[in-house]
Design a protein around this ligand. Structure first.
Ligand SMILES: Cc1cc2nc3c(=O)[nH]c(=O)nc-3n(C[C@H](O)[C@H](O)[C@H](O)COP(=O)(O)O)c2cc1C
Length: 193
């Protein structure tokens, strides 16, 4: 019987994901339906006590203009000049789609520690990005000091929430490439003792 596993590596998709920055992204970006499926993948990440300590906010179409205003405001508040602030403004407008990643960490939770909740956020982000990749899209997680700027926080976060940053998303105009020299898998997977 034909067994496709003999011909294709089931991990090929995962192993081929690289971040692709705004400069190399174009339309189309994931649709609302595809974003829902990516969120479903995020919900499959390990999550101690099932807290779902994260949510996403898609900034689509014209909403990017409002985000651009916030980026500009954050840059000016950080002491940047008008020219640099205009560049920051473009960071919101140039991406086909941005998805804010918002963490909702409960520091006093009796079961899941802080680091366990942050791990759940990281796992969710990774599943979200891998899902986008497997659907044929690309993107990059970005943060920077503007995630802590008061007007930006006020626009995205409810009390108790923290803004992690934004995933820029779209269709890659050129394949992503490795950015760091990393050790091979043998360096991090060993027998114990
Ligand atoms: C929470 C988080 C925030 C990040 N913020 C930035 C950032 O502001 N600027 C940046 O160049 N890379 C940032 N990165 C790293 C990139 O998203 C990306 O992972 C890195 O460039 C390595 O590329 P790769 O994903 O192809 O291995 C961030 C990653 C994470 C997880």
């Amino acid at each position: 019987m034909h067994d496709p596993r003999h011909h294709t590596d089931p991990l090929a998709g995962l192993l081929g994901r690289y971040s692709v920055g705004t400069r190399h992204l174009a339309e189309p970006a994931p649709s609302l339906d595809e974003l829902r499926r990516m969120a479903a993948a995020a919900l499959r990440a390990p999550d101690h006590a099932g807290l779902v300590p994260f949510r996403f906010a898609a900034i689509r179409g014209d909403a990017r203009e409002r985000l651009a205003g916030l980026f500009e405001q954050a840059a000016l508040l950080a002491g940047k000049g008008a020219e640099d602030a205009a560049l920051d403004r473009r960071r919101a407008l140039d991406a086909p789609l941005l998805v804010a990643v918002i963490a909702r960490i409960d520091p006093g939770h009796p079961v899941a520690t802080l680091h366990e909740q942050w791990m759940a956020v990281g796992g969710a982000l990774t599943n979200f990005m891998n899902a986008a990749h497997l659907l044929g899209y690309a993107g990059k997680m970005l943060s920077g000091s503007k995630v802590r700027a008061a007007p930006v926080l006020a626009a995205f976060c409810e009390p108790g929430e923290q803004l992690v940053g934004w995933v820029v998303m779209g269709t890659a105009q050129r394949p992503g490439t490795p950015k760091f020299q990393k050790p091979g898998p043998d360096a991090l997977m060993r027998d114990w003792p």
